[in-house]
Design a protein around this ligand. Structure first.
Ligand SMILES: [Zn+2]
Length: 236
């Protein structure tokens, strides 16, 4: 039967072509690029959130600073009134003292809040810087992948046409019946129609053939098949 001796070579070529086609389909679907884009969008949205939080802290800090200043000004005015002798009425003086105490409390609360905001800012700043770095890395990965995909696509196209030509030349020397059986098996069995027998083991299904069966196969004429997976087997 013509081609039996070249069957494993044909299988190897076909498997290589299958791998290349699979890779090309992956590139066409752009899965890696899409994943990189998603990662970039995620990093960008994280950075956006951190920046929003940072802006909110800034705005609230400014408001508090302003409040502290205005309380300070009010306090200075009230304290001046307290000591400049303009108030002699004891009740009025008591009310003023009360007002000063309450202003001081308000200022102290505002200062505490401001301090808390500064701590929050210290926490946010490095996180935002880290997120910005991540965005930069994700963005260049997207750009790299885009360029790499184009290059790889061209390489695969060239390799595929070379391998297909090689395959065609090889297959033309095969007995048609053998080729049909092989191709049928490839369709049924995940692209593998022929396998080597190494030390009594079928290299496709990895079952060890019985001694009796091995002996029978070795002496049989024509196409030999694995007793387990039914693929065509070749003794090497
Ligand atoms: Zn097998």
């Amino acid at each position: 039967m013509l081609g039996m001796d070249k069957l494993l070579e044909l299988q190897e070529l076909d498997s290589a072509i299958d791998r290349l086609e699979h890779r090309r389909a992956q590139l066409e679907a752009g899965e890696e690029l899409a994943a990189a884009r998603r990662a970039m969008e995620e990093a960008e949205s994280q950075l956006g959130e951190l920046r929003l939080a940072s802006d909110a802290v800034d705005a609230e800090s400014r408001r508090l600073e302003h409040e502290i200043d205005s309380i300070g000004a009010k306090l200075a005015a009230e304290e001046k009134r307290m000591y400049d002798g303009s108030i002699v009425n004891a009740k009025e003086l008591e009310a003023l003292q009360h007002e000063i105490t309450s202003l001081k409390e308000r200022r102290s609360r505002a200062e505490d809040d401001l301090l808390e905001l500064m701590e929050r800012r210290e926490d946010l700043d490095p996180r935002a810087a880290e997120a910005a770095t991540e965005v930069g890395a994700a963005r260049s990965r997207v750009e790299d992948l885009g360029g790499d995909a184009v290059r790889e696509f061209d390489e695969i196209a060239a390799e595929l046409s070379a391998k297909r030509a090689e395959r065609e030349a090889l297959a033309s020397a095969f007995d048609e019946e053998l080729l049909e059986l092989y191709e049928d098996l490839r369709r049924q069995k995940h692209g593998v129609g022929a396998a080597a027998i190494v030390e009594g083991v079928c290299q496709a299904c990895h079952e060890k053939l019985s001694a009796v069966e091995l002996d029978r196969l070795k002496h049989a004429d024509g196409v030999k098949r694995c007793e387990y997976c039914r693929r065509i087997v070749v003794f090497v």
